[in-house]
Design a binder for this molecule. Structure first.
Ligand SMILES: [Zn+2]
Length: 416
């Protein structure tokens, strides 16, 4: 049977339509609580008939590095996207990394499309669209800008009219619902061989697992996934990262302001702290996550700074570039001299004055660290035995779907 090779891995040609769903910020507890509340009947069945696993996402446990890992089947050391921002030491500029030119690897989506597969991608936010769709022939659009699609650029004219829902606000649950609604419509109308759906974590940043709003969100999603399964799809349900409270019992955010700290230790502006979570959409998290990278001049003793940072209360781990990049599989040329990761209920900031927390209407929840690394990897099919030592990652999604999922005994697609 035909197979393709992408980034050193082989992917068998899909025998059923494959839908990989990346639910942004889906801490496993969201599913546990929603199942308990009876909000996810599809998921309950998928777990019973299929495979219910937990895998590791990429650290920094942020959206773009993980979405790109899922579609390339590889860690950031291969695809190059290790956050939303990088610091270009030569120009002294902080540069956004969501331009496709920063993506160093082919995607599984583009590779299948080149071999003749029908591929469709729908993302919540437009910031991901160009990266996910790099080099890909097929349909690729965002819910955020569904009113601006053209056949030439997005593979579909007027996606908004096609989906038939109003254009959602970028800060809403509707933005993610639009992604699922689009997926169901596309499966019906286009029958893609491969589909990738990626949502936004607006709800997860604001609502803890088991809360009514969170359960409603997962109930909504479950209904659409049920429809996709009824059309015969192999579905892999995973997440880009988890999500945890980053506040104390008083509801106030617990933040280590690294730039302020280092300015005090070393002098103003000697160190440069980069928070790779920073992007134009920061209202729901104030650009506070659990991962930072720090650039230091050669005149500073890196080892002593690392040792001192590691002792700060609420810090989980501080490593130098080489060790950090080895451990987290990151591209050394896009990471600072120091990698800092905060503990479960703490976040890392730059300077107090540089974070606008006025949009935080509820206590801070965020991600970025190792404590948000465990994510669900659920397949609505049984899997062939995985090789000994197989490390399950969220970016194993296409490997599982193409190479290990056992197709449904009776193809349901024909019955529809
Ligand atoms: Zn995310």
């Amino acid at each position: 049977m035909k197979a393709i090779n992408v980034n050193g891995k082989t992917y068998a040609w899909p025998q059923e339509p494959i839908v990989v769903v990346c639910v942004d910020g889906c801490e496993p507890d969201y599913l546990k609580e929603a199942l308990k509340a009876g909000a996810m009947p599809w998921l309950k069945g998928a777990i019973a008939q299929g495979s219910d696993l937990i895998g590791d996402c990429v650290v920094p446990s942020f959206t773009n590095p993980n979405n790109l890992s899922i579609v390339t089947g590889a860690p950031p050391s291969v695809h190059g996207i290790c956050g939303n921002y990088l610091y270009d030491r030569e120009s002294g500029q902080e540069v956004m990394m969501n331009d496709p030119k920063f993506l160093r690897a082919d995607t599984i989506l583009a590779a299948f499309a080149r071999e003749g597969a029908k591929v469709a991608v729908v993302t919540a936010k437009d910031k991901l669209r160009l990266l996910l769709g790099k080099g890909m022939k097929g349909i690729c659009f965002s819910a955020e800008k569904a009113d601006q699609t053209t056949k030439a650029e997005h593979g579909i004219d007027n996606a908004l009219g096609f989906v038939g829902l109003p254009l959602p606000s970028v800060y809403s649950a509707d933005l993610s619902e639009f992604v699922f609604a689009a997926g169901v419509k596309l499966m019906k109308a286009e029958q893609p061989d491969i589909m990738y759906l990626s949502t936004t974590d607006y709800i997860q940043h604001k609502h803890a697992p088991g809360t009514p709003v969170a359960n409603d969100f997962y109930r909504m999603m479950d209904g659409y996934l049920g429809q996709l399964e009824a059309m015969g799809a192999t579905i892999v349900f995973t997440a880009d990262h988890g999500m945890n409270d980053k506040h104390g019992a008083d509801g106030q955010p617990q933040v280590i302001y690294l730039q302020d700290t280092l300015d005090e230790w070393l002098g103003a502006g000697v160190a440069r702290v980069i928070l790779p979570i920073t992007d134009p959409y920061v209202v729901h998290h104030g650009a506070l996550g659990s991962f930072a990278t720090i650039y230091l001049p050669e005149t500073v003793d890196h080892k002593s700074v690392i040792a001192r940072l590691a002792k700060l209360p609420g810090m989980e781990l501080v490593l130098d570039r080489a060790e950090g990049c080895r451990r987290f599989e990151l591209p050394e040329d896009r990471v600072g001299d120091v990698i800092a990761v905060s503990a479960k209920n703490h976040a890392l900031g730059t300077a107090v004055a540089r974070h606008d927390l006025s949009g935080l209407t509820v206590p801070l929840r965020s991600h970025g660290g190792m404590t948000e690394q465990q994510v669900p990897v659920i397949v609505n099919r049984k899997l062939k035995a995985l090789p000994a030592g197989y490390r399950l990652r969220n970016f194993s999604a296409f490997d599982l779907a193409c190479n290990y999922a056992i197709p449904a005994a009776t193809p349901q697609k024909k019955a529809i």
